[in-house]
Design a protein. Structure first.
Length: 155
């Protein structure tokens, strides 16, 4: 059973996602409790690979509401759990010009916290505009089709 805690919708707008990988995440107890409450933000977060290990940076997990003095730091660097071969394959793609690693969503799979990592290439401003226009046209078509169905039902 999968329970999605947080999604990075801005990543799908700013980047073209080419590949996704599931990774575990090392968390403290109060971080897990905050995640279960849904108090997390992936905005402006990214992933780096250093010394053969992957780390999640700028992911804001709010302090646990019922925590004490020893609550966690909200923006601390968190280690991601990946196999060595996965890290090597990601690193190979990541080294190419224009690619970056972006967290797409955080979710619980069974009782384990997981992060979906996207290997992404940045979009140009005109590509973003085209994507927005495409969505608006699609929405307009759906609205007209839906409106036509309602008109037929009334008759």
């Amino acid at each position: 059973m999968i329970k999605i805690v947080c999604q990075n919708k801005k990543a799908y707008h700013d980047y073209h996602i080419e590949d996704t990988i599931e990774a575990g995440i090392v968390l403290l107890g109060t971080e897990v409790k905050s995640l279960r409450e849904g108090k997390v933000s992936l905005k402006d977060s990214y992933i780096i690979i250093k010394n053969g290990e992957a780390f999640l940076l700028n992911c804001h997990i709010s302090p646990y509401s019922h925590g004490n003095i020893e609550n966690h730091e909200p923006l601390r660097t968190r280690k991601l759990l990946l196999h060595k071969k996965q890290i090597e394959s990601i690193y190979g793609k990541f080294q190419q010009k224009g690619y970056t690693l972006v967290p797409l969503k955080i979710y619980f799979k069974d009782s384990f916290a997981k992060v979906e990592i996207g290997i992404a290439k940045g979009r140009k401003i005109y590509e973003k505009r085209d994507k927005i226009k495409e969505k608006e046209v699609k929405r307009e078509i759906e609205r007209v089709v839906k409106g036509g169905e309602r008109a037929r039902r009334r008759l």
